[in-house]
Write a protein that binds this ligand. Sequence first.
Ligand SMILES: Cc1cc2nc3c(=O)[nH]c(=O)nc-3n(C[C@H](O)[C@H](O)[C@H](O)COP(=O)(O)O)c2cc1C
Ligand SMILES: [Mn+2]
Length: 485
Amino acid sequence: MTEKPAYDGLRSFLTEAEKFGEIKTITGADWNLEIGALSETVAEKITEPPALLFDEIKGYPKGFRILSLPTASRRRMAIALGLPPDTPRIELLRHTLKRIHGAPSTPPRVVPDGPVMQNRMRDNEVDLLKFPALFGHRRDGGRYIGTGSCVITKDPETGFVNSGTYRLQVHERNLLGLWNNPGAQARIIAEKYWKQGKACPIAATVGGDFLVFMLSYMKFPYGVSELDKAGGLLGHPLDVVTGPVTGLPIPAHAEIAIEGEVPPPSEEARDEGPFGEYTGYYSGGTLGTGHAEPVIRVKAIYYRNNPIILNMSPQWPGAPHHSVRFEAGGLWDQLESAGVPGVTGVYIHLSGLVAVSIQQRYPGHARQVGSAVLGAASSAGSRYVVIVDDDIDATNLNEVLWAMTTRSLPAEDIQVAEGTRTNALDARLPPEKKASGDWTSSRAIIYAVRPWHWRNKFPMVNRIDPDQREAMIAKYRDQLPFPRD
Ligand SMILES: Cc1cc2nc3c(=O)[nH]c(=O)nc-3n(C[C@H](O)[C@H](O)[C@H](O)COP(=O)(O)O)c2cc1C
Ligand SMILES: [Mn+2]
């Protein structure tokens, strides 16, 4: 019997994904716009694309690598989540969030040393430009080293350790920009230090275990540590080394980690961004607020031999980073908790179209589902909600649009709700509203279902049935290039 190889962070994921031929190494690409452009092009043009491991990046020695699109295929997403590689898509969609929320909190284990400490730079040696930080989008305000980041801070009053994903701009060889949404927990923590006139100690990884990264970009209640959750999901405590400068825990198998401090912005702050965002527009940073943003004074850098930057730089939403939008499973759960019956599928398309398929059971059922979606916390930020019948696959945008164009009547089947919640990254939020903090917008629910009272007279669908399609793919797969997934 072969023993399970020892846990090795991102390297464990790469080893497993490589077994399935899921990693493509690209040499000679340029950090300056080429890697960002290629990653977005591949995600848009190739279904279930390979992950891209960039090596021998222009101007950098072999071994200083960047990983793009780690979870853009269904199989790699399963591997990253610690599930069997053949886990079906519907399972990933439906249960990923449940697994995460149900996982126990297992505190990290402090170890004396770890791969991340293989190479060190302290004080005057610190040089962020030793790594091929990306200039990702043409109109970005600079190079960003942290997009797949875990930014670790500790509440000075309670000792709670938070890990959050926040973008990190390289201002200088030893200075990073830090941009926080209102409500970001690192910001809450930093302000506690600033109030005492102190700089906030901070540690960050910019490459490491995908699971730890994923937990870092999810919202947990203040006080729930993402590092504890990681232990729960991994099934063993996350190994951490104690940062020599800050005393903060640093994942021992991370690729690259920094330590430093965030001074009060009154002492030092810099213009930040603009930065191409996941909505498909530039936003945030100084562009969004007009004032300078906090910085991290970097005191130390640690990195593994042949370190890998995790590139999760936002892409136009039609070029997704993830094969499955499992956040939709959270909305599904919330609809069930609201007691709404008959939901057979939930998906979130692009940056704001929610599709829900239902098996209609009684008059008014579709409208009830529509209202419940607007009321659910997980649907905030979506502009359009489309309710479809259960013969429509909510994850298939063509099917959803076909239902919209054939089963809904604009004059009767579109409901508009005004004054609903949105966020500062909403491109359609007028400048005056954004400035005044009135982050609200209207949303529409489109009822693209067969009208309940004459549903049985609705014309029959002219489309081959799924069993026919599956039979044809199975029979002709050798002769025709049907996709595998
Ligand atoms: C790739 C990526 C980049 C992100 N960048 C930022 C950012 O720059 N600033 C921010 O406040 N949130 C950003 N977020 C969202 C936060 O990670 C998310 O709100 C998370 O809940 C923050 O952790 P916290 O709840 O512990 O504050 C980003 C998310 C992802 C996936
Ligand atoms: Mn948190």
